[in-house]
Write a protein that binds this ligand. Structure first.
Ligand SMILES: *Cc1c(COP(=O)(O)O)cnc(C)c1O
Length: 427
């Protein structure tokens, strides 16, 4: 039997999904669903999206054959889908542009978004700047403090970054604030959710806008005669993976492999393994039913990963269903394995993976030697690693990095040229 779950039925992917929200959010969600269905049938909307994808995002992104990695691993051919070459550096822009264009079509002038590490906020801020929309990004106060480079970029794009001081002052609190704002201003405002999760219709909307990745891979492989054995993607909330897998879900091959953050080990609080770990269980959180890392009282457990984008207690409902049916296999990679994969592909291919995407790279390194040489593994490089320099440098070159930071502070505290540059920028 060919597995289903290609899209939701009444908001559900078998037992997962749904729309578990306060009454006030039902109408905006229903209106969004209707507007989305209409837009996806509208040639003008699809044409405009196509042009923005081509000229602004930089699609299609290359499917790169990695010759040295293939030779060294001595098994299946390694191909890398370079989503990290998309404008803003990752796949998140595919969804942000799609949803902002949809919001504009619905007559909304104001966009809100939640962000954890800042990648989704950054993509949304850029999309709003491009499309002339007002943008507010909710971000936990703790995250604002530790993710300053992304806060700076969002502000350059003209977005307002709103620090959230409730709860643990991180991602889940930012989601709650964004939901509250949306409930208070549904007529003027659209909430751009950042991954393929949350209440229906978001999982379907985000998958559709991200499926451009998988559709390109399919076309690229067909035209080049590449025989795909397996497709590998990292799984945070699940947007890059479901978009990458989408055109293949209803077929029985290739193997589709999702890689979770194994963090520092299998213990509680040491990873973000919702599908492969011992603490994963069914639950309802933030508007949807799925697999979560929960304690016995149904409260979210702390998670851990070196990659901020994979450090979340929930997974999109469609992936949870596909995991249960067996169509998508799940595995995990440790922080240390992700770091090794970053070094491997940087040194041997001149390609710098984001920490998140390196989890997929790590799985491909394990898998390739077990597969025949006339078949291919496609890795989705969801983002590039420039953004991670503040995390990878202290690990790979600690002493020089500390010296650099000290020198920077000294320079900033003593130097006049910053003030000069600022007064020049103001003029
Ligand atoms: C946010 C992010 C992820 C994780 O999110 P998904 O919704 O699971 O794709 C993965 N890679 C990069 C580069 C990211 O920025």
């Amino acid at each position: 039997m060919i597995p289903s779950h290609t899209h939701s039925i009444d908001g559900f992917f078998s037992e997962y999904g749904g729309k578990y929200v306060a009454e006030v959010l039902r109408r905006p969600l229903d209106e969004l669903e209707a507007a989305f269905k209409e837009a996806m049938q509208d040639k003008d909307f699809l044409d405009e999206l196509e042009i923005i994808r081509r000229d602004y995002i930089g699609r299609e992104t290359p499917l790169y054959f990695a010759p040295t990695a293939t030779k060294l691993l001595d098994g299946a051919q390694i191909y890398i889908k370079l989503e990290g070459l998309a404008n803003t550096g990752a796949h998140k822009i595919n969804n942000a542009i799609g949803q902002c264009l949809l919001a504009k079509r619905m007559g909304k002038k104001r966009i809100i978004a939640e962000t954890g590490a800042g990648q989704h906020g950054l993509a949304t801020a850029a999309a709003c700047a491009k499309l002339g929309l007002d943008c507010t990004v909710y971000m936990g106060e703790v995250d604002v403090r530790r993710q300053q480079p992304n806060v700076a970029a969002m502000e350059l794009y003209g977005a307002k970054v709103q620090p959230v001081t409730s709860g643990s002052r991180t991602l889940k609190d930012a989601v709650n604030e964004a939901m509250r704002d949306w409930a208070a201003h549904p007529d003027t405002t659209h909430y751009v959710l950042g991954s393929a999760l949350g209440p229906a219709p978001f999982p379907d909307i985000v998958r559709e806008f991200q499926s451009v990745i998988g559709l390109e891979v399919k076309k690229q492989c067909e035209s080049r005669g590449i025989h795909i054995a397996a497709m590998v993607a990292c799984v945070g909330g699940g947007s890059n993976s479901i978009g990458f897998f989408a055109p293949f879900i209803h077929e029985s091959s290739p193997r589709l492999i999702g890689v979770e953050a194994g963090g520092i080990g299998p213990g509680t609080g040491e990873n973000a393994c919702r599908m492969t770990g011992s603490a994963g269980r069914n639950g309802i959180l933030q508007g949807y039913k799925s697999r979560f890392l929960l304690d016995d009282d149904g409260q979210a457990l702390p998670t851990r990963s070196i990659s901020a984008g994979l450090d979340y207690c929930g997974i999109g409902p469609q992936l949870a269903a596909l995991g249960k049916s067996g169509r998508v296999e799940f595995t995990s990679a440790l922080d240390s394995e992700a770091l090794e994969a970053i070094s491997f592909f940087a040194k041997h291919e001149g390609i710098l993976f984001a920490l998140e995407s390196a989890h997929a790279g790590a799985e491909a390194i394990k898998l390739a030697p077990t597969l025949p040489k006339d078949q291919a593994i496609i890795i989705n490089m969801s983002g590039r690693g420039d953004k991670d320099v503040f995390i990878t440098s202290p690990i790979f070159r600690n002493k020089s990095w500390i010296e650099f930071l000290h020198a920077e502070i000294e320079r900033l505290e003593s130097h006049q040229d910053i003030h000069d540059a600022k007064s020049m920028a103001a003029n």
